[in-house]
Design a protein around this ligand. Structure first.
Ligand SMILES: Nc1nc2c(ncn2[C@@H]2O[C@H](COP(=O)(O)OP(=O)(O)O)[C@@H](O)[C@H]2O)c(=O)[nH]1
Ligand SMILES: [Mg+2]
Length: 232
């Protein structure tokens, strides 16, 4: 199952679903929308009328990406059936064309990360400052957490059900990029092997990024807090 959180993504959805359906015609897709003011949920309901494998959960208001994933995974773990969950962004930054390969790899690995910083991966349409922040952030998070993954802030991640079940998701406390780092860190500590697959990440053309100074600060604090609490 694909799990796609949305906040004001109305203009990306048609293309997103079209590109997913070209490679995975029947894969269930769950959108988790935080009651976007731009009418994202309405747009999704329109797509659902033509595609019975699309589902939508609407939450009452914007509560953050980490909270969207935590709440959704906790609910999905109570529903039997689905073998794996693939988290991806709605803004077409994560190439849907790689999904069949990710699905294949999830047959062999508990966690598969779409990585920009592996040979063969890259980022398109970011300026030097945005690239530098991401590179430095990843380097710093990797040094402090010691998780051997080249793209710790990636949000394009496939999880086998068993990998998520061991995590105590209700105890997480981060949003934004910090959430992505915390997920990989906790998976690594739980003993899960994390496999990386190179991807070409393309910055969004439609809609606005939720990237902000507060999100950078939170992401900077997570590895530090963690490192500090381990040493003392
Ligand atoms: N449900 C939900 N989705 C969110 C929230 N914040 C961001 N998203 C979604 O998370 C994905 C990544 O967000 P984006 O703004 O592109 O972040 P960036 O790629 O770091 O610039 C997109 O699909 C957003 O619509 C939120 O508070 N709630
Ligand atoms: Mg984005």
């Amino acid at each position: 199952m694909l799990v796609i959180p949305t906040y004001n993504e109305k203009n990306n959805l048609r293309d997103l679903v079209k590109r997913i359906r070209q490679v995975l015609p029947d894969m269930p897709i769950l959108f988790v929308d935080d009651n976007s003011p731009d009418g994202t949920a309405e747009e999704i309901r329109g797509l659902m009328s033509a595609d019975p494998a699309i589902r939508l959960w609407v939450r009452p208001g914007k509560q953050g990406l980490g909270s969207a994933y935590r709440e959704t995974f906790l609910k999905l773990l109570d529903e039997p059936g689905t073998e794996y969950f693939i988290a991806m962004d709605a803004d077409l930054s994560h190439p849907p064309e790689i999904l069949p390969e990710m699905v294949r790899l999830l047959g062999m690995h508990p966690v598969v990360v779409g990585s920009r910083y592996l040979r063969g991966g890259r980022v398109e349409n970011w300026n030097w400052l945005r690239r530098l922040i991401s590179r430095l952030g990843n380097w710093y998070a990797r040094v402090l957490t010691r998780v051997p993954v080249s793209d710790l802030t990636s949000g394009f991640v496939g999880y086998r059900r068993e990998a998520l079940r061991n995590l105590s998701l209700q105890d997480f406390d981060s949003e934004g990029y910090a959430f992505q780092v915390e997920m990989k860190h906790r998976l690594h500590k739980s003993g899960a092997n994390i496999f990386e697959l190179p991807i070409v990440f393309t910055e969004r053309r439609e809609g606005a990024s939720k990237f902000s100074f507060a999100i950078i600060m939170e992401a900077a604090a997570y590895p530090f807090k963690n490192w500090f609490s381990k040493k003392n």
